[in-house]
Design a protein around this ligand. Structure first.
Ligand SMILES: Nc1ncnc2c1ncn2[C@@H]1O[C@H](COP(=O)(O)OP(=O)(O)O)[C@@H](O)[C@H]1O
Ligand SMILES: [Mg+2]
Length: 575
């Protein structure tokens, strides 16, 4: 896990190595300073020596400052760079995800991983290369110095370090689970916010603001509760540290004074005594810092695990070796196909269907009957569980994925536009489309009539998710975008549901003219959308219930007849 995360350090390796180096230099300076101070105090009578030593002290202090600043700078660069690379790696992996992969992680889960979790790791990384290096070295060096100054007095450290260590350990281990819980609630809060903002229009139209506020408040209160609880525990850190520091100093002062007086300064000098105070501070302080790093690292561990889970997920749909890069024609063949969404029961059972190139096929059936699931297999948004889907006479799994998806344009049921102008959105379908081609596609999709009414025409800015166009307008723009790909196969998954019957008919005719040779698959709720198709497929419960032309199905298929009659009796074709 660590190794895989380390891959993201890349060009920041230099800074990552320089940081601990400068930290070590800084520590040496800091250890040297009390020693020099001790010499200075003990030779206070010799003015020349004092000035020389004083100058040296100032240089050491300045160097300590410089090394510290450099270490800080490199640590900041290294950790921020690491986080940047890590985010980029994760984002790139997410882009490669198949639909099945995306189903596994919720959007909220991916967002939290890319934001909070990476930030946690960034902090932990900075602490590791700085403080996790600094604390043990300081402690060891200060202990060596203290023992060399006065071994007997320094025995006190052997008592106080385990004591303080134990107290800090207790505090940290009791605070850690609280922090864990808190992060968990953060996830929930993120999900609540995400869901709410995504569906804010629905929330408003159902006047559910109160209910949503309640949900949010619950999570916010939990976070408050946990963070207060954790901080309350951590508040004991500083006082316990203080008690230990002053207790140690008292002991050293008490016995130290005795030693000085009894030996007349030969066994322990006044200067050395003061240096022991500094070392005490350094030893215990580094112990406390180390315990904090320890907590930070254990907390970052769960973030690292979550990030790793994402990085470890290989796209379930990948290219074969030497994939085919050309689709000969728009023939489609479903050969004993069964399909289940990962972790779910079968959505499609034993589908056998042959569609000749250039045919127009209608698919009709109740909601949940498997219409969308069926067509998603053609551009390999999902892979079949059993059987085989082939396009142009070849198994779709043998094609290069880009080639296949460029050749099979699909207007998804839940389609979206992206923030940007209409033109920019159109060029998503085909980067090289000229203005004329865009206009022609929009004309075929009956989108030009409203685009021409916009003051900015094709430069009209579409807001995120297409918020500023109506449902029917969005559908028409999405169809135009798909037409621009000039595909061999065009699939419209309930793409004209928000368009009136007349426009629906005009679009179908225009499509026939725009891409005459392409195979067209139209999923629809309305019989009128499919009745002129060369072939109509009736879906029911994940199986094909019948195929044929309108006239044939009316005679032979009960479900089709029922849908037809309900729509005719319902007072018109509009549902
Ligand atoms: N992403 C998904 N994960 C799990 N199950 C799904 C998913 N999408 C659809 N299903 C299930 O598959 C079945 C067929 O759905 P779908 O093909 O969307 O039906 P239709 O398009 O005919 O309304 C339904 O029972 C639905 O609950
Ligand atoms: Mg559907």
């Amino acid at each position: 896990m660590i190794k895989r995360l380390m891959c993201s350090i890349r060009e920041y390796r230099k800074q990552s190595i320089l940081t601990p180096l400068f930290v070590v230099l800084e520590v040496f300076m800091e250890i040297l300073i009390p020693y020099l101070m001790a010499r200075l105090i003990d030779n206070i009578g010799d003015m020349g020596y004092v000035i020389k030593l004083g100058a040296f002290l100032i240089i050491c202090a300045a160097l300590a400052l410089l090394f510290g600043a450099l270490a800080g700078k490199f640590a900041a660069t290294a950790s921020a760079g690491f986080a940047k690379n890590l985010r980029f790696d994760m984002f790139r992996d997410v882009q490669k995800f198949s639909f099945a992969n995306i189903d596994k992680f919720s959007t909220g889960g991916i967002v939290t991983r890319l934001t909070t979790d990476v930030t946690n790791l960034q902090m932990a990384y900075m602490m590791i290369i700085r403080i996790a290096v600094r604390s043990p070295i300081t402690m060891v060096c200060a202990l060596i110095m203290a023992f060399s100054v006065h071994a007997k007095l320094s025995l006190i450290y052997l008592i106080i370090i385990p004591v303080l260590g134990f107290v800090l350990y207790k505090i940290m281990t009791s605070a850690h689970p609280v922090f864990e819980k808190m992060f968990h609630v953060y996830d929930k809060l993120n999900n609540v916010i995400q869901e709410n903002l995504h569906g804010i229009r629905v929330v408003k139209s159902y006047v559910r603001e109160h209910h949503e506020e309640g949900k949010f408040k619950e999570q916010a209160e939990d976070i408050y509760k946990y963070s207060v609880k954790a901080e309350k525990l951590l508040a004991f850190n500083s006082p316990s540290m203080q008690i230990c520091v002053y207790a140690t100093m008292l002991v050293i002062f008490w016995f130290g004074a005795h030693f000085i007086v009894e030996s007349g300064g030969t066994e322990l000098s006044t200067g050395n005594l003061t240096s022991l105070f500094s070392y005490t501070m350094q030893i215990l302080m580094s112990l406390m810092m180390f315990s904090m790093v320890f907590v930070m690292i254990t907390m970052a561990r769960s973030s690292a695990e979550r990030i790793n889970e994402l990085l470890d997920t290989k796209s379930s749909i990948t290219n074969k070796e030497n994939p085919i890069k050309y689709i000969p024609d728009g023939r489609i063949y479903f050969d004993h196909v069964s399909f289940a969404y990962p972790g779910h029961s079968r959505s499609l059972r034993n589908i056998n269907l042959e569609i000749p190139s250039g045919a127009t096929v209608g698919i009709i059936g109740g909601t949940g009957s498997g219409k969308s699931s069926l067509v998603q297999l053609i551009p390999r948004l999902y892979d079949v569980t059993e059987g085989r889907v082939s396009v142009g006479g070849r198994d779709v799994r043998n094609y290069d994925i880009d080639t296949l998806r460029n050749g099979v344009a699909m207007v998804l049921q839940k389609n979206v536009l992206f923030a940007g102008t209409i033109k920019e959105n159109m060029r998503w379908g085909n980067e090289n489309a000229t203005d004329e081609e865009i206009a022609a596609a929009c004309h075929a999709a009956c989108a030009d009539e409203f685009i021409d009414n916009f003051p900015n025409g094709y430069d009209t800015y579409i807001e995120q998710g297409g918020a500023n166009v109506s449902g029917g307008q969005r559908q028409r723009l999405c169809i135009a975008r798909a037409l621009l790909k000039n595909p061999k196969i065009l699939i419209l998954d309930d793409s004209t549901s928000a368009v009136d019957t007349k426009t629906d008919a005009i679009i179908r005719e225009a499509m026939q003219r725009a891409i005459p040779g392409a195979t067209k698959i139209i999923i629809a709720q309305r019989i009128s959308s499919v009745e002129h198709a060369d072939m109509i497929v009736v879906m029911n419960g994940g199986r094909i219930d019948g195929t044929g032309t309108h006239a044939e199905l009316i005679k032979t298929n009960a479900i089709y007849r029922e849908i037809y009659e309900s729509q005719v009796k319902g007072g018109g074709e509009d549902e």
